[in-house]
Design a protein around this ligand. Structure first.
Ligand SMILES: *[C@@H]1O[C@H](CO)[C@@H](O)[C@H](O)[C@H]1NC(C)=O
Ligand SMILES: *[C@@H]1O[C@H](CO)[C@@H](O)[C@H](O)[C@H]1NC(C)=O
Ligand SMILES: *[C@@H]1O[C@H](CO)[C@@H](O)[C@H](O)[C@H]1NC(C)=O
Ligand SMILES: *[C@@H]1O[C@H](CO)[C@@H](O)[C@H](O)[C@H]1NC(C)=O
Length: 554
């Protein structure tokens, strides 16, 4: 009773820790540590290396770790030194009962075993050296039939027996994450009493599977006018590991400003606008990384699909204007190039000008065109051409660009002056005052500028005796004719001369017209007796028909 009471007291104050190690057959016994309740965090509990008689190197190399029932880390094992200390939280450990059989009946044993543990590894099940187990009471242990473990009984030097679980077949967390075995202890009594306890074996995942993409290459086509934020593709890798080792996050191997990937969902979205004219395709290396830093790699090939987003362009290289009329055909008026930054049909162009113009477009090398005359031009019929060059691409929708040029036709002196009449008749009453404006001649010239500026002149008379220069004069600029002196019908009834109009072209062109001046009679002579002759001399010549032209004679 005294012992029982002491034990009960101890049970309240002390927690006894079970240390389970995956030790080989040759390994030492279990070690028991006691820690008072509400011990400060970081308190020293014990030195595992010293207590197990192992070197600290061995602890490290054999990956010693603390395992507890509820998966919480209450104890910290400092591998370089082998020191144990408490982790920051409240401890929940199995309480060991006084009676060994009740201990098994009441409790379950949790063992966490890595799936990579090699066959033949043994797990010591008993410890509790402070348990007062009757030396002869425990005789045998058995484990429920299973395909991974068998029981091996170990005798210790003090005569106690210990059950050891021996791994017989490889564990696989992905296939069987935990196993439940029943451990039965038999005593040597008669009849034998037995106690059972559940052994829960948690198979710990090791990161034995790297993430894997189903495809080495993902190919996707994206229109170049796809808006920012659009979904492009979702990639997905598989990792056969469970838990954190099977958690995948996706990243690009390189930094992209055009694309972004969601680390969890694997969705790739557009982060910036595409431009087929700048980049036709992107090769994006992606990786999937699991919680244990194993990698899987793949590649996304994004092909940018051209959209007809660029209208054709016209670049004028040269323009000759004005061009002289009458020039020979195929005279080059303009040289220009066209281009369209799109590709395929979106960049294929046709180039045209209006119909019914005396010009034609000629393709020259590459995408250069010349605009040439089709035939000689005539400024007098058309002096200005507004030419619209239209370039259309073959994309959908069709885009077109127009460029207007004005071609002027310059004058060549190809038209002679023309008089309004081939001959002019002017009447002048005799006895006129000198410098009388007796009439005008007029000519026109279809040319322009100096080629149409006319100078009028009197032509030398056919009759060399006619004193034309003293009879009439002409205004060289406007063709006005003036009688220079008073005419006397009785002396001169009519006369005729030529006028010329000459332009200022080079060479100059001219033409002629005839002018006839008729002198009208006035009653400026008194009658006189013809017969009988008063003094016997002949009378002056009579005028028979005033106004009727007669060749002047004198
Ligand atoms: C323990 O039990 C097993 C299985 O029942 C049996 O094969 C074995 O002989 C027993 N060992 C002893 C010492 O009784
Ligand atoms: C050409 O265009 C100009 C300016 O647009 C206009 O003033 C002119 O009348 C046009 N000429 C012809 C022959 O259409
Ligand atoms: C070119 O001329 C056409 C016809 O006169 C007119 O409709 C068009 O607007 C002009 N284009 C440009 C770019 O000036
Ligand atoms: C005769 O008459 C004419 C005309 O009147 C005159 O000119 C002439 O001198 C006269 N002759 C004589 C001889 O008188």
């Amino acid at each position: 009773m005294a012992i029982r009471g002491a034990l009960a007291l101890r049970k309240r104050q002390v927690l006894i820790l079970f240390v389970l190690l995956g030790l080989s057959q040759a390994g030492p016994e279990s070690v028991c540590y006691s820690v008072a309740e509400e011990t400060e965090i970081g308190s020293f509990v014990g030195n595992l290396a010293r207590d197990l008689g192992l070197g600290v190197e061995e602890l490290s190399s054999r990956e010693a770790r603390v395992v507890s029932d509820d998966n919480k880390k209450h104890l910290h094992l400092d591998l370089p030194t082998g020191d144990f200390s408490t982790e920051p939280c409240v401890l929940h450990f199995q309480v060991v009962l006084e009676n060994p059989l009740q201990f098994f009946r009441a409790e379950k044993i949790l063992i966490q075993i890595s799936e990579s543990t090699t066959i033949g590894t043994t797990f010591l099940m008993e410890s509790a050296q402070d348990l007062d187990i009757g030396r002869n009471s425990l005789q045998n242990y058995t484990v429920s039939p299973n395909s991974h473990f068998y029981i091996k009984i170990r005798d210790s030097s003090d005569g106690k027996i210990y059950p050891e679980l021996v791994l017989d077949r490889e564990l696989d967390h992905e296939h069987e994450p935990e196993l439940r075995l029943t451990l039965t202890a038999l005593d040597g009594g008669s009849p034998p009493r037995s106690g059972k306890t559940l052994v829960l074996i948690k198979v710990l995942d090791v990161n034995d599977n790297a993430p894997e993409f189903p495809q080495r290459l993902y190919e996707v086509q994206v229109l170049e006018d796809t808006p920012i934020g659009s979904w492009i593709i979702t990639i997905s890798a598989k990792d056969l590991d469970a838990g954190n080792y099977g958690k995948i996050s996706y990243t690009f191997l390189d930094i992209w400003k055009t694309f972004e990937i969601h680390p969890i969902s694997g969705e790739v979205h557009l982060k910036a606008l595409l431009d087929f004219e700048l980049t036709q395709s992107y090769t994006i290396n992606i990786q999937a990384i699991d919680g244990g830093s194993l990698l899987g790699k793949s590649t996304i090939l994004v092909r940018v699909v051209d959209v007809n987003d660029n209208p054709p362009e016209i670049v004028m290289t040269s323009l000759t204007s004005p061009i002289p009329e009458n020039s020979s055909p195929e005279m080059v008026v303009a040289v220009f190039s066209v281009r369209d930054q799109d590709s395929g049909d979106n960049g294929r162009m046709i180039c045209s000008i209006q119909d019914n113009l005396p010009f034609v477009l000629k393709p020259t090398f590459k995408n250069f065109y010349t605009l040439v005359t089709e035939r000689p031009l005539d400024r007098e019929s058309r002096a200005e051409y507004n030419i619209t060059i239209t370039v259309t691409d073959m994309g959908t929708p069709r885009l077109k660009t127009q460029h207007n040029i004005t071609v002027l036709v310059s004058d060549v002196n190809d038209n002679a002056p023309a008089f309004t009449q081939t001959s002019y008749t002017l009447w002048v009453r005799e006895n006129n005052s000198p410098a009388l404006h007796i009439g005008s001649v007029s000519a026109t010239d279809r040319d322009a500028g100096a080629n149409a500026q006319l100078t009028y002149s009197l032509l030398p008379p056919q009759d060399p005796h006619l004193p034309l220069a003293s009879l009439v004069s002409i205004n060289a600029d406007n063709g006005h004719l003036f009688a220079l002196r008073s005419l006397d019908y009785e002396a001169l009834q009519a006369f005729e001369f030529g006028v010329g109009a000459t332009d200022r072209g080079s060479p100059a062109l001219s033409s002629q017209a005839r002018v006839r001046v008729l002198v009208l009679d006035a009653n400026d002579n008194s009658p006189f007796v013809l017969y009988p002759l008063q003094n016997g001399s002949a009378p002056p010549a009579p005028s028979w028909c005033p106004g009727r032209p007669r060749r002047a004679t004198w």
